[in-house]
Design a binder for this molecule. Structure first.
Ligand code: ATP
Length: 360
């Protein structure tokens, strides 16, 4: 396996800037997820790494050596696509062995590697079937197997689970994570699904508009998003975000929003006054008077998702979502007192995070 380095990758399609100066380093054996909304440049970046698309500027490196002059085959990179792209007329065994055969591997070697890979993925019983005789999840495993079988230097996966239904998707996701722990391959995985990114990635690169906005461990991105885009993109339900003004009196910060205010007692920021946006994650709001910042909200609607409920409410002129336990009994129209721990709010100035002194 190899480490991957990207330096200043830029790509334009006519007037469209698909990628602007992307830098990224993925360690040998690391699982890196590229996540972002449709059109942010994820697939273009993956195709550039694979050598299928040429960048306008910048360098792709494997183990520190530029590979820009190498054809896709010479880069020894394996790609798994959303469509699986299995050969329909070949059996699973033939699909798995195809890459080895065209590389001229010996028959005993091919048989051994196919069997090893099939065992790793739990598809030994399917080797004689054709793709049309397989379920979506099984086809997905064969597609993974085809990438795995020749032990490439790097795996590139482009939305490989998006053809699966929600239940299968979460179980295949777990399998993929286990598989990665077993083979410790270097993986770059593209998705627009932030849950997939959070659960799979050792590190996550959040992209928008052809740029990497933040790259870090998923828990760090969730706790300390660098800007309002990352803050609202990562997390479901989305972070509540309000425009308003930050003021300070006797060292106490206060946020004045549209029709409501919050006393942010104890919060220490590098900024004391100014127009800001204040973010609160739905799970960081409590019903009742436990925290320091108290605000009255009017309940509009409840959505029960089984394990918990989402309360959609209003504070002042703004909407608010709160995650509450499934047992909570609230009614639309009811006024509730909410408390917010000031340590849990996120403050953004001109779209960028204002670090709290308690931030690591
Ligand atoms: P999705 O999640 O929808 O696949 P993505 O993040 O993978 O999106 P890309 O497919 O990389 O995004 O596209 C990035 C931008 O480049 C988009 O604006 C897209 O329209 C444009 N683009 C991609 N390929 C081409 C092409 N061959 N010709 C012209 N424009 C392209």
């Amino acid at each position: 396996m190899a480490s991957l380095g990207l330096k200043g990758i830029t790509k334009r399609f006519g007037e469209t800037a698909a990628l602007s100066g992307v830098d990224l380093h993925v360690e040998d054996g690391e699982f890196c997820v590229l996540v972002g909304p449709s059109g942010c440049g994820k697939s273009t970046l993956l195709n550039i790494i694979a050598g299928l698309t040429a960048q306008d500027e910048g360098t792709v490196m494997l183990d520190g050596k530029p590979v820009d002059g190498l054809a896709p085959r010479e880069r020894d990179v394996a790609m798994v696509f959303q469509s699986y792209a299995l050969y329909p007329h070949m059996t699973v065994a033939q699909n798995l062995s195809f890459g080895l055969r065209i590389r001229g591997a010996s028959k005993p070697n091919i048989n051994r590697q196919v069997l090893e890979t099939a065992r790793l993925l739990g598809i030994e019983d399917l080797l004689n079937r054709k793709p049309r005789e397989l379920s979506g999840g099984q086809q997905q495993r064969v597609a993974m197997g085809r990438a795995l079988v020749r032990r490439p230097r790097l795996f590139l996966l482009d939305e490989p689970l998006s053809n699966l239904d929600a239940r299968l998707r979460s179980s295949v996701r777990l399998e993929l994570k286990r598989l990665h722990q077993k083979i410790l391959g270097t993986m770059v995985y593209v998705t627009h699904d932030q849950v997939e990114a959070m659960t799979l990635g050792d590190r996550v690169a959040v992209m928008s508009d052809g740029q990497v906005q933040q790259i870090d461990r998923p828990e760090t991105i969730y706790a300390h998003p660098v800007n309002t885009f990352v803050a609202t993109f990562m997390g479901s339900p989305e972070m509540n975000l309000y425009k308003g003004r930050l003021t300070s009196k006797d060292g106490r910060l206060r946020f004045q929003g549209s029709g409501f205010s919050l006393d942010l007692v104890g919060l220490q920021l590098s900024l004391e006054e100014g127009d800001v946006e204040l973010g609160i994650r739905p799970e960081d709001i409590e019903i009742g008077q436990g925290g320091a910042a108290i605000v009255q909200a009017k309940v509009d609607m409840l959505s029960n998702v089984g394990s918990e409920q989402y309360v959609h409410a209003h504070i002042g002129q703004e909407g608010l979502t709160v995650r509450v336990p499934k047992e909570a009994t609230l009614e639309p129209g009811q006024t509730v007192t909410l408390s917010i721990n000031p340590d849990r709010v996120h403050i953004f100035h001109t779209g960028r995070r204002v670090p709290a002194t308690s931030d690591p």
